[in-house]
Design a protein around this ligand. Structure first.
Ligand SMILES: C[S@@+](CC[C@H](N)C(=O)[O-])C[C@H]1O[C@@H](n2cnc3c(N)ncnc32)[C@H](O)[C@@H]1O
Length: 292
């Protein structure tokens, strides 16, 4: 197995009509890669959907496997993950991109594919991922397959936003074929279509301690940072002032910046920066941004 994988057909594993199913080859390759001479002690598949992992287990003659999903009565949010596993494969819903309620023909309030705010989805996914991690045997692995989502022009990177439990051992990019969105006609298509999924493999390398890694996004005003040049502050100010401003107008804004706090010559600094950068041009008494 290498860090980029591509499977043009999904193979004869599970229900090919189950929406959002994955190829069995990826599960097979993972197991054969990590357990080349033996079999996993216990293989568990979470979010088993249309039975892909079960057919892989059958083909590899793994008899000690479990395949759990709401559609066979097991709920990842409230159910216990059976313990004693050294290999867990999970393939959660990609937020609410595909609804599994209609496939099952029944509503479950804990279905991770229900319509919900993104933060709530990430929180629920984190709960499941932490339970998966703790259930692993020391030395065991959790391989999670998940894609990114674009919604109303906003890009959501689930792997970046979810919490990571344990040590990342591999990050594999899987080429994605036959998405439902392939047939969609986009009227504003100046974006790059998502044609890949991520397969992250986490390993439990310690018995008592584990790493919990998460991304913290905070919005910061550039007026509050010092690691910014005067040139960049002036560029932002000119854009804010509709690209036409006197030195006084620029000064009145930037004098309140964090960068100005320790500078007794802010006005001179602004004048110098305007004069020495070719992207700033004086037209009559006003300064404009003119990108060369
Ligand atoms: C992307 S699909 C998995 C597809 C599967 N890998 C296959 O090849 O068919 C995600 C699955 O998560 C299941 N699911 C969603 N919320 C769940 C929950 N709370 N507990 C258990 N399964 C859940 C859905 O029923 C669905 O089958």
């Amino acid at each position: 197995m290498q860090s980029i994988v591509s499977y043009k057909d999904r193979g004869n594993f599970g229900d090919s009509k189950y929406r959002g199913n994955c190829t069995g080859y990826i599960i097979k390759d993972l197991i054969q890669h990590f357990y080349p001479t033996s079999k996993p002690k216990k293989f568990i598949e979470i979010f088993s959907g249309g039975g892909t992992g079960k057919d892989v287990a059958k083909e590899l003659n793994i008899t000690n496997s479990l395949h759990l999903d709401l559609n066979n009565g097991w709920d990842a949010l409230i159910g216990e993950i059976p313990s004693g596993s050294d290999f867990i494969f999970s393939h959660p819903p990609y937020w609410d991109i595909i609804s599994y309620e209609s496939q099952r023909n029944s509503y479950s309030e804990n279905d991770l594919s229900n319509k919900m705010p993104y933060e709530e989805f990430i929180h629920k996914l984190d709960i499941v991922n932490e339970k998966i991690y703790h259930s692993l045997l020391y030395g065991g692995r959790h391989a999670i397959l998940i894609g990114d989502v674009r919604k109303q022009r906003k890009y959501y990177s689930i792997i970046k936003d979810m919490t990571w439990f344990g040590d990342l051992e591999s990050h594999i990019i899987k080429a994605q074929y036959n998405c439902v969105s392939d047939n969609k006609v986009y009227y504003n298509n100046n974006f790059i279509p998502i044609k890949h999924e991520h397969l992250l493999v986490f390993r439990k390398n310690k018995i008592w301690l584990f790493n919990r890694t998460y991304t913290n996004t905070i919005e910061i005003n550039i007026m509050q940072v010092t690691n910014i040049t005067w040139r960049d502050l002036i560029q932002a100010t000119l854009q804010y002032l509709k690209n036409e401003a006197t030195i006084d107008e620029i000064y009145n804004i930037l004098v309140r910046s964090k960068k100005a706090e320790n500078n007794n010559h802010v006005r001179e600094k602004i004048r110098q920066t305007l004069n020495y950068n070719s992207n700033f041009k004086k037209v009559n008494s006003k300064w404009v941004l003119e990108i060369k």
